[in-house]
Design a protein around this ligand. Structure first.
Ligand SMILES: C[S@@+](CC[C@H](N)C(=O)[O-])C[C@H]1O[C@@H](n2cnc3c(N)ncnc32)[C@H](O)[C@@H]1O
Length: 167
């Protein structure tokens, strides 16, 4: 049985407070404009804070806890969406659990609009260096911060300043 299937029922009780504290520290780093994909959305208690969002997770039992959310059972390494379908890709404490991080990052890049926003947090264990290296290969100008036990990688949309018209 998938590990997260086995802990799904008790997941919120164990981790909701910790995850919400991290969310408060990083929610303002990007704008979450347009449609957001949440990769590894789990039981959805962070996902539901985002407007216009679709969650994906590979654990059917975690997804069963998601209430009133659009969610899809899928793996991060094989996202069932067309290229550039999302304005924002978000992933909260999930990539450290993915078997093939390289493939997941390639998929995230594929489904994200070219000028889209990205916010990925990863639990700071030994896999953090792999995640950092794969993300930096695919995304230019990623910023990085520490929040609690996680490292957050993010990329904001470039703000286009309107040229002032002088006539
Ligand atoms: C630590 S939980 C985080 C869940 C949620 N983002 C949160 O903040 O509470 C990691 C999640 O990643 C999911 N996951 C692990 N490997 C995955 C994969 N290859 N594709 C999609 N989701 C995956 C797990 O099922 C689990 O729900």
């Amino acid at each position: 049985m998938n590990y997260y299937d086995s802990i799904a029922e008790g997941y919120d009780e164990l981790y909701e407070d910790e995850q919400l504290k991290k969310w408060e520290k990083c929610k303002a780093l990007i704008n979450f404009n347009g449609v957001t994909l949440d990769v590894g959305c789990g039981t959805g208690f962070i996902t539901k804070k985002i407007r216009n969002v679709i969650g994906v997770d590979s654990s059917i039992k975690m997804l069963k806890q998601c209430k009133k959310l659009r969610v899809v059972l899928a793996s991060a390494e094989n996202l069932p969406f067309r290229k550039e379908s999302f304005d924002t890709v978000f992933s909260f404490t999930a990539l450290q659990d993915v078997d093939n991080i390289r493939k997941a990052v390639i998929e995230i890049k594929r489904v994200l609009r070219k000028d889209g926003e990205l916010l990925i947090t990863v639990l700071d264990k030994k896999k953090i260096s792999i995640v950092r290296s794969e993300l930096n290969k695919k995304f230019n100008g990623l910023k990085e911060e520490n929040i609690g036990k996680d490292v957050v990688f993010f990329k904001q949309r470039r703000i286009q300043h309107r040229r002032q018209c002088t006539s």
